[in-house]
Design a protein around this ligand. Structure first.
Ligand code: C5P
Ligand code: C5P
Ligand code: ZN
Length: 465
């Protein structure tokens, strides 16, 4: 059980210190949660008249810390930093704050807010943007509206265990409902409820895929018509959000039955229903209206070297920057589709304790982890082993992304811990870490075999084999 009083005390201490200082550099991670965390901090500082700039980086590698260490006066690291406390203390002394949710070693540094230090689980109870939000709320109660971004971050980090946001996240959702920026509903959790015509809503779905309907618009259209759901009103294609309540229920139960009939477990099939989050201040026709689609839009910016576009959207731009983000979204989804197809064609390889694929230069290292995670929803692989993805980072380095399932975590798997240990043992440029269920690292190219050997051993130990 987490100690809320102690966490709040820590956030208060950080707040008091932040309010005394000025000229901030907010350093945030490049994914949806990182961008939301960076924007929440930026808004909170802006509202207090502080000056700041955001720097977005792929990862806080040691050379990254070296590169940014003279860029400003006071640093706020959000959505990473807890795994690099020693280095930060060495390089930046006491001129920094870390607000993170990754697994951390015990740390005595005062200006470090991390749920694990206070008995909360940063893997599922609160995200990086959730932690930034809790500090923002201490900075000023008026910041309750920023809870919407914190929920986008949590959904981006896939923190909905059993289809629900729990623990500290649930409190953040309540804040959002209180100030009417958010609405929580139990509904279908598929991508594209607002943005995709019904046939593509089903045929394009990757999490999960619907066997027999996947990538087949004709079969999907027939499936819908059989259930009595009209595809068009006048000349306009209907989306899920256009359906009546009755039609929504009918489609949801039909999809669950379809999955079970095709051999999918009831657990996986049931996971297509759960909590969904609507951002009430957004245009009903915009992907920003739905937390999951908002998060994907942010990944489309940050993970493709355009973090300023994502941050601009989080800060409120709905004109030019938003239009740019919409373009990036199309490209991102195209690359994900191509990536999945590439893996399907090549086939996944299997080791004793994990599945893997080596994308080389065929998939960008920034999105190879998303593709690894999507494979579980593709029914290409069982849920019984983690998935490891390799991609080329540079001439000398390989990026590794690792993903697991809830079930493996319950059996004791902790990917972040394993990758951190292996990197320590490999030495050289190997660095990494993360969560139990999703982690990453980089290694030297010639270390790949050794890496796989160690991985097999360590997974077996954690799973008591
Ligand atoms: O650095 P950060 O904590 O924000 O990133 C976590 C990453 O792990 C996200 O990209 C998220 O999508 C991914 N994840 C996943 N599967 C899960 C949980 C998280 O792919 N079940
Ligand atoms: O990059 P990827 O999406 O696979 O990252 C999964 C998780 O592992 C994220 O939470 C990320 O912050 C973490 N990670 C890390 N060190 C790395 C790469 C990823 O801590 N070198
Ligand atoms: Zn995060």
């Amino acid at each position: 059980m987490g100690n809320w009083e102690k966490l709040k005390e820590r956030n208060k201490l950080i707040t008091e210190e932040i309010l005394k200082r000025d000229e901030f550099v907010i350093v945030n991670h490049h994914d949806a949660d990182g961008l939301c965390a960076g924007a929440i901090m930026a808004k909170a500082l802006e509202r207090k008249g502080k000056t700041f700039e955001n720097i977005t980086v792929k990862q806080l590698y040691s050379e990254t810390i070296q590169e940014i260490k003279d860029k400003g006066k006071n640093y706020v690291f959000v959505d990473f930093g807890s795994g690099q406390m020693d280095l930060l203390e060495e390089k930046i002394k006491e001129n920094f704050f870390v607000i993170d949710h990754h697994q951390t070693v015990k740390s005595d540094y005062e200006f470090h807010a991390n749920p694990f230090l206070f008995g909360f689980d940063g893997g599922k109870e609160v995200s990086g943007s959730g932690m930034a939000y809790l500090v923002a709320k201490e900075i000023d109660e008026k910041n309750l509206d920023l809870s919407a971004l914190a929920v986008v971050g949590a959904v981006g980090d896939m923190q909905e265990y059993n289809g629900k946001l729990e623990g500290l996240n649930a409190g953040i959702v309540e804040d959002g409902e209180k100030v009417k920026v958010l609405k929580k509903e139990n509904d279908l959790r598929l991508y594209g409820k607002i943005s995709r015509p019904l046939t593509q809503f089903i045929s394009f779905s990757t999490n999960p895929v619907f066997p027999g309907l996947v990538a087949d618009d004709k079969a999907s259209a027939e499936f819908l018509m059989e259930k009595g759901i009209e595809l068009k009103t006048k000349e306009k294609w209907r989306t899920y959000s256009d359906l009546t309540q009755e039609e929504k229920k009918n489609l949801t139960s039909s999809l669950i039955i379809h999955l079970i009939e095709k051999g999918c477990s009831e657990y996986i099939a049931g996971k297509i229903i759960g909590e969904t989050f609507t951002l009430l201040k957004e245009n009903p026709k915009s992907p920003l209206r739905d937390a999951k689609e908002f998060a994907t839009l942010l990944n489309s910016c940050g993970r493709h070297g355009m973090p300023k576009v994502g941050l601009g959207v989080c800060m409120g731009d709905r004109e030019e920057i938003y239009q740019k983000a919409m373009e990036l979204l199309l490209e991102h989804r195209k690359q994900l589709r191509e990536g999945i197809t590439w893996v399907q064609q090549q086939g996944l390889q299997e080791e004793k304790e994990f599945y893997f694929f080596d994308a080389g230069e065929n998939i960008k290292e920034e999105i190879v982890g998303i593709i690894a995670g999507m494979l579980y929803g593709s029914l290409l692989v069982g849920q019984n082993k983690p998935i490891i993805a390799f991609a080329k980072q540079s001439e000398e380095l390989i990026k590794v992304s690792a993903r697991a399932t809830d079930n493996l975590i319950r059996q004791g798997l902790n990917l972040g811990k394993i990758l951190k240990e292996i990197c320590f043992e490999l030495g050289k440029n190997a660095e990494g870490g993360g969560h139990k269920i999703a982690a990453g690292c980089r290694i030297n190219s010639e270390q790949q075999k050794e890496f796989m050997k160690k991985l097999n051993e360590k997974i077996a130990i954690q799973l008591n084999k």
